[in-house]
Write a new protein. Structure first.
Length: 256
C-alpha cells in the first residue's frame, strides 16, 4: 500500500509510526520530515542524482522518501554544482513564483480576489532555507526572499555571489555548471545570460534553464522552470516512475 501524506497534514509522528511491513513506501512533502537524518532524499532537478547520490536501486528499495518543493528545487539546482567552491559568507537567494505554488487555497484566493505581485514570509524564516542547507550540504547561512506573482505558473530563483564568496575566479563559475549538468536531459545551461527572464517561459515543460550572469566583481546565478513540474507533486511523480521502473524488472532475466 502506498501512503501519500499531504504536505499540509503530515506530521513527523505520522511518518515515524507507519510500520515498514505495512507499506510499499512513503513519499512525503512536509519540510519537517525532509530534515530526518538518514532519510533517502532525491532532488528531481537532476534525474541522475538518484544514481549519483544513492543509486537507482537504493531509491527503488527505500521505504521512506522525501522530495523537495519548487523553490527548494531551484535553489539546490544552483548551489549543488558550486558548493565545493563556496566560502563561509552568507548566501542570499531571491525567488518569484506563480500563485499555483501555494496549492488549492492560494489558487482559490487569487481567482476570487486577484492580487498583484507581493513579497511573502516577511517576518519568518522560510522553511525551504533550512531544507536546502541540510540537503545541499552547505554550511553557509542561507537567506531566502520569496515572492508570488499574479501569474499562475512559472518560477525564477536568483542567487548573487560576490567575488569573496567563491574560492575560484568568478569567470570559472560557469564551467562548474556545464560540468555538473553534462548530458543531463532536464537541465540546460545557457552559454550566455539573456537580457531578461520571464518566469512563465517554461510552462508545462520538464526542463530547467540555468544561466550565469558575469560582472566585474560578482556573478548572479539564475534558474527558471515550471513550479508545478518541479514542485513537490512533480517530484513524487518522478519518484513513482523510478520505483516502478526498477521494481518492474526485479527477478527478470531480460535479453539484451
Amino acid at each position: 500500500m502506498i501512503h501519500r501524506i499531504n504536505a499540509m497534514l503530515a506530521a513527523l509522528e505520522q511518518c515515524e509510526f507507519i510500520p515498514d511491513e505495512d507499506v510499499a513506501w512513503v513519499a512525503v512533502s512536509s519540510s519537517d520530515i525532509k530534515l530526518i537524518p538518514g532519510e533517502i532524499f532525491r532532488c528531481p532537478v537532476r534525474f541522475v542524482d538518484c544514481v549519483k547520490y544513492h543509486g537507482a536501486i537504493d531509491v527503488a528499495n527505500s521505504k521512506r522518501i522525501s522530495n523537495p518543493g519548487c523553490f527548494a528545487s531551484g535553489m539546490q539546482s544552483l548551489l549543488r554544482p558550486i558548493k565545493s567552491v563556496l566560502t563561509h559568507y552568507p548566501i542570499v537567494a531571491a525567488g518569484i513564483s506563480g500563485y499555483t505554488a501555494g496549492g488549492k487555497s492560494a489558487i482559490s484566493k487569487q481567482k476570487s480576489h486577484p492580487q498583484p505581485h507581493k513579497m511573502t514570509n516577511i517576518t519568518r524564516v522560510h522553511t525551504h532555507a533550512n531544507e536546502v542547507r541540510f540537503r545541499s550540504g552547505i554550511p553557509n547561512e542561507l537567506i531566502f526572499m520569496p515572492a508570488v506573482g499574479s501569474f499562475a505558473e512559472g518560477q525564477v530563483i536568483s542567487i548573487p555571489l560576490a567575488r569573496h564568496q567563491l574560492t575560484i575566479p568568478i569567470e570559472y563559475a560557469y564551467q562548474h555548471f556545464v560540468d555538473y549538468y553534462h548530458n543531463n536531459p532536464l537541465v540546460v545551461v545557457l552559454d550566455e545570460a539573456p537580457k531578461s527572464i520571464c518566469p512563465d517561459e517554461l510552462i508545462d515543460k520538464d526542463r530547467i534553464r540555468i544561466c550565469v550572469a558575469e560582472f566585474e566583481n560578482h556573478v548572479v546565478l539564475h534558474a527558471w522552470y515550471s513550479n508545478l513540474n518541479f514542485g513537490a507533486a512533480g517530484s513524487v511523480a518522478r519518484i513513482i516512475d523510478k520505483i516502478a521502473e526498477e521494481r518492474a524488472t526485479n527477478g527478470l532475466r531480460i535479453a539484451r
